[in-house]
Design a protein around this ligand. Sequence first.
Ligand code: BGC
Length: 757
Amino acid sequence: MRNIVMSISLFLLAGTFVLQAQTKIPEVEEILKKMTLEEKIGQLNLVTPGGGVATGSVVSEGVETKIKEGNVGGVFGVSSPEKVRQAQELAVKESRLGIPLLIGSDVIHGYKTTFPIPLGLSSSWDMDLIKETAQIAAKEATADGINWNFSPMVDIARDPRWGRIAEGAGEDPYLGSQVARAMVEGYQGNDFTKPATMLATVKHLALYGASESGRDYNSVDMSKLKMFNEYLPPYKAAVDAGVASAMTSFNDIHGVPASGNKWLLTDLLRERWGFEGFVVSDYTSVNEMIAHGLGDLQDVSALAINAGLDMDMVGEGFLTTLKKSVDEGKVSEEQITRAARRILEAKHKLGLLDDPYLYSDDSRPQKDILSEENKAVARKAARRSFVLLKKHENTLPLAKDAKIALVGALGNNKNNMLGTWAPTGNPQLSTPILEGMKNVAPNAKITYAKGANISNDTAFAKKINVFGPRIEISDESPEELLKEAMETTRDADVIVAVVGEASEMSGESANRTNLSIPDSQKKMIRELVKTGKPVVLVLMSGRPLVISEEMDLPVSILQVWHPGIEAGNAVADVLFGDYNPSGKLTATWPRNVGQIPIYYRMKTTGRPSASPDEFQKFKSNYLDVGNSPLLPFGYGLSYTEFEYGETTLSADSMNENGSITVTTTISNTGDYDGEEVVQLYIHDKVRSITPPMKELKAFKKIMLKKGESKEVTFQLTAEELKFYNADLEYVLEPGEFEVFVAGSSDHEFTNTFSVTE
Ligand code: BGC
């Protein structure tokens, strides 16, 4: 009976949903009635005059004329209230129907106030903070005329060779979903017509982070089971949070690229997930289906619109071929009307149909952009994103009056502080590490020397320097550089070496097969260690690196990603102990490149080794390296120490509608106040499909004063133990589960419970 009642109410709910989805907006319908087929197709065209980062070889031509002719629905790469007003005037005053434009931009980790790269932000495990950074990004971007953001990128990434791992929240579907929701809520708020909110775009739908061999734009071939359980949850979380648009990815899925994939764009996104916004292609990804081998421009454009793609970014296949396809009966006019309706609905949602100049308020940039409050959040976000990877003796934190030798090309540099995909930021406004250290510790005696080029390879540097001088190779020889660094160490109490990747060594089209710190810097590190003085490595990168050798050296290591506009101040806050590091890794760090892909949610296989690093013949392992990573997901140290007490459960079983309270006491037993990310993992012991060895199900970030203990409780519901079975139904299978609570994914299970029918 209960099931019947549930099914009826679900049916009614579904009915309401369909009715709601079909509710048409009278204002939009009025416009549609007046539109010619060509004008509808015009709304599906997204152009860029090339003002932002043009990531393809194509930039739109004749943008002004096209806007006047009603051949443009949206523009990106245009900013400032004045320029946006001019663009809107062209559309509103000079096109026949006067429909305003969507104004898009890639505001990935802050607009002008640049926050740490997203992989860094996710390492804070602080959802309120992440939401706040998105709110500030929206405030600044909308002040500059932008109403539509191409963010968040929520692609699960388990291959650090892929440069775009920098742009997402790492490897885990649960954490990734929390971050997706926080960002959508931050950008969009709860009222689009408020001037400081904008449309968000969940990207890149879908599976882009699983590009084969970590090579950008490469193919993806994945089982639906893996998609549903591991890769799709963050996109779905964004949809559930009400994201206004979705961007397709470049890769193929089951043989059809995302931009032409009907299963993905219609069956899954619209019908299964109930997405009501619009779908935009990635940069020329419709045209790229020609190179994928699916036909000519007319074929691939028809494929895309019929699959459910609404807007074509830059490639203009829609603009130039859809009319012909309608005439030839390959595309229905209804399909085009549907897509145009979605674009108009987005404009309506933003309030643009009532006031096209809503985002052209000249008084806003001055007060909303780069304010002291915004920069204070950037500093807070940066220091909360850092992960202490290794503590050696008591080198850290540094005394504020210490004699410090600061070395490394990244130690006194502005060009690399913002990180990848910060096209709206200005690197020259960022604080270098040296300056930040002087700000925070004016009494310290700091001497700086470059010590080594980021890389000595000029051909490599050329590839990295496309957006500006990220790798600058000195006229001085590597030997001279090193000699100068060694001289600065002579009188120093401690050496701080800022090493790692230049910002454009990660990001789009920035994949690497060698994930080590470049040789020039590795060599410098070895020499510095030989001095016998305490050494701190401040490590910058847009991805997990292979640092097995450095972990074995007697050094402390602080991972700071690319920290954003407040880089120097934030690094100094942590080095001098004004902030105790609290970040935890959100992607596994491998021992060597051969271990990739490596992630904590792996399965056991039928032949697990007795222990991860013990070689056993005919078991699933390697001859030359263990199975454990160098640094696991969830890992990160603090200046203080945390001790976890026994974990207890409120009951040893629950039914399908039940929950269990999991309790652990955490104590700060070290010498500093500090924050800890308390993580809860489960293992489903028997399932109809092979379960992962561990799954993160909850976490809390808590503050503990020195000597303090706190009880942390998690309410674990049966609902949270669901997964997609072989028929892709989201189910709970009763049975035995294991659980542990710890400060990292690398822990044994401590308790068991069961779920009964
Ligand atoms: C990227 C997208 C980005 C777009 C527009 C593409 O190359 O893949 O993430 O939003 O360019 O700049």
